[in-house]
Design a protein around this ligand. Sequence first.
Ligand SMILES: [Zn+2]
Length: 220
Amino acid sequence: MAQIYGREKLVGQITAEEWRTGRRAGLRPWLLTTKSREVAERASGLYQGEVACAASGGDLHARKLYAEGIAVIVASVANVRHRLALESERGLVHACDGSRSLPPMPDEGQPCGCPDDPFERKAAARAGAGPRPDARVIFRLAAAPGLGELSFQSSAWQFYESLESVSHKVKRTGGPVQMELVLREQRLATRSGLDVSFAYPDVHSVRRLPVTQAGLHLAA
Ligand SMILES: [Zn+2]
């Protein structure tokens, strides 16, 4: 029972933005938003979900999901978006892979003008002068493929970088493939001696699946 979510027939979306804190926190949640009560309840059952009150309301169900990793099935490379993008009030003004313009830019394939140095690229993005990661995968939950397709989107550099090798593998092997969305945590000491925890989403372990196993034609 797919419902229209945005312009695509997605049954919901999952997010997990980067965060940092001065102290060690517990496992951070993923956030699921869906218009389908069934999707909210099944996903909650699978990943220790709890209602996220602030984001729920109207016909939107929001759940915090507690899992280090979520195994997902991606049907094909068309379901992977891996680009750097900059938007203004006019809409999308820059889309590239770090060195060349990507569709739908009119100068597709031409050098885009971004700095070669990744540090400079990140600094430009932070200043709002350069494009930021715009990474997205559309998938089915490996544990419940019949629920329909969801999206995961992130602007974290770590996710963008991990998706790079994954998207090459998906291109090479074709779909469907199984991969795992993971929340990583990294601890580091700042120059001022503060102990800081970082968490960020990451994607890994691509495995090609036979089409039947991917459950692509299962009814919800
Ligand atoms: Zn660029």
